[in-house]
Design a binder for this molecule. Structure first.
Ligand code: BES
Ligand code: ZN
Length: 455
């Protein structure tokens, strides 16, 4: 029996297992889900053990890391697979057609939080490897799995754990399935990710809410002021107005411009999928260039004052917002956050007090677009999808990829099975059943291809 046949035979069972995993509400951002995160780690470790791996759960200062290995022969190449079992918060709940943690299949899609990001994709890699073991009794390479529970909150504890466990993680190449295909007809290898820097900005006015009639016109309103400040973050050409923001940004190379133009990007379909009639962004760049090669800044949420039923006439005492910046390689989160803080404090009127909390971040990366490992990934995708992949970048971030290079000196193959319309981080997240299947097939073809590449 081939690995492919094994997958075919076990389709129902695999779906059942994915559902089990999706039922665990492993929301890393919320402390009330700490136990669920631990349960998810246990599920994965048990599962990997049943497949024949030596697996262990490592506590960290946050949610645990699952590490598992199947070592065949030290002379064979070693692949370090990464995935994350944590998910984004499911809110707003009222917009889900079915419960975020009650997985169902509707019209060829598995609906649940984490279906694509990243439980479905991680399990596809696990099940692909299992199929090879079941079909051949062994693996043609050494395989290590490192599955963490804090990716969606910027992987704060993972780099420290990796530094302590460098020996354990010794490998030749890293494999990550936490990205997407280019579109429904075009699989992809991703060669670049943006980094991220997160912050929260507070604007303080009077030390308590005050009557807007009595005091309106006499003091600064923190909500008005914060909104004005946010308005100063971009210029009229859509460029971020913070001095020095672009100083480390390299121009889009000729090679990339040509590559991107060749991609079958359908701008009309893109707009339609988002429900917008026009696109907006930095002048002088194409849509894909803006999303993949340019740093950006966005307010993720803003609050202040009264939002309940009816009217309340106050000048609120404070306002706040969360801001993230997407970074290009060489732009470090700390530096970007310092620039943001300096600029906001400079433009703030003297009538308010401004505080900027600088949270974590992650660096952007570009991985090689040539070489034997990449060719191996392309061949595995061809086997799984029946089609050659294109090369693309992603605007999103996966913190560990820069750390693989910095801490372990390793390159990463980003082999994504998702789709842009999988509603990742949003209500009704989904994963196409067909993409799960193709993902498993690609994963089953990968070990052989990596073995060839590493010879
Ligand atoms: N799977 C995503 C990264 C991603 C997003 C890949 C979009 C392809 C397309 C990952 O789980 C993620 O969401 N990362 C966070 C990281 C952050 C919280 C540090 C992100 O990009 O917001
Ligand atoms: Zn995510």
């Amino acid at each position: 029996m081939s690995a492919r046949d094994f997958l075919k035979k076990t389709e129902k069972q695999r779906m059942k297992e994915l559902f089990e995993l999706l039922r665990i509400p492993s929301v890393s951002a919320k402390s009330e889900h700490k136990k669920d995160c631990a349960a998810c780690a246990r599920w994965l470790a048990d599962h990997l053990k049943r497949i024949g791996f030596k697996a262990r759960i490592y506590p960290t200062g946050g949610h645990p890391v699952v590490y598992a290995e199947y070592l065949v022969d030290p002379r064979l190449p070693t692949a370090l697979y990464y995935g994350h079992y944590d998910v984004q918060p499911p809110e707003p709940l009222e917009l889900w057609k079915t419960g975020p943690f009650d997985p169902v299949v509707r019209s060829g899609y598995i609906y649940a939080r984490g279906a694509t990001d990243d439980k479905g994709q991680t399990l596809a890699q696990v099940k692909g490897v299992e199929a090879v073991i079941k079909a051949t009794g062994t693996l043609p390479i050494n395989v290590k799995f490192m599955i963490e529970g804090e990716e969606e909150v910027a992987s704060a504890h993972l780099p420290g754990w990796m530094k302590k466990n460098k020996k354990l993680l010794k490998a030749d190449i890293c494999i990550v399935s936490d990205t997407g295909q280019f579109n429904k007809k075009t699989p992809a290898v991703t060669y670049g990710l943006r980094g991220i820097a997160s912050s929260e900005v507070f604007v303080y006015g009077p030390d308590h809410d005050v009557h807007s009639g009595t005091f309106g016109g006499t003091i600064a309103n923190p909500v008005n002021t914060l909104c004005w400040m946010v308005g100063q973050l971009h210029d009229k050409n859509g460029r971020v107005a913070i001095p020095g923001f672009y100083k480390r940004t390299k121009p889009v190379s000729k090679w990339e411009r040509t590559q991107f133009r060749k991609l079958p990007f359908d701008e009309a379909a893109f707009k339609k999928s988002l429900g917008v009639s026009r696109l907006q962004g930095e002048k002088g760049y194409s849509t894909l260039e803006r999303a993949w090669c340019r740093p950006t800044l966005d307010v993720n949420g803003i609050k202040g004052g009264y939002q309940g039923e009816g009217a309340k006439t106050i000048i609120p005492s404070m306002a706040s917002c969360k801001i993230t910046m997407r970074l290009v390689p060489d732009m470090e989160p700390g530096e970007a956050l310092n620039l943001l803080e300096k600029y906001l404090k400079k433009i703030a009127p003297k009538t308010v007090r401004v505080k900027v909390d600088k949270h974590g971040g992650a660096s952007g990366v570009v991985v090689p677009t040539e070489g034997p490992w990449l060719a191996a990934a392309a061949r595995a995708i061809k086997a799984g999808f029946g089609k050659d992949p294109v090369f693309m970048k992603e605007g999103g971030s996966i913190p560990v990829v820069a750390d693989f290079k910095k801490i372990l000196g390793l390159d990463t193959l980003l082999i994504g099975f998702g789709q842009a319309d999988d509603n990742v981080h949003s209500p009704n997240e989904r994963f196409r059943v067909m993409d799960f299947e193709r993902g498993c097939r690609t994963a089953a073809a990968l070990p052989d291809e990596l073995a060839k590449a590493g010879r």
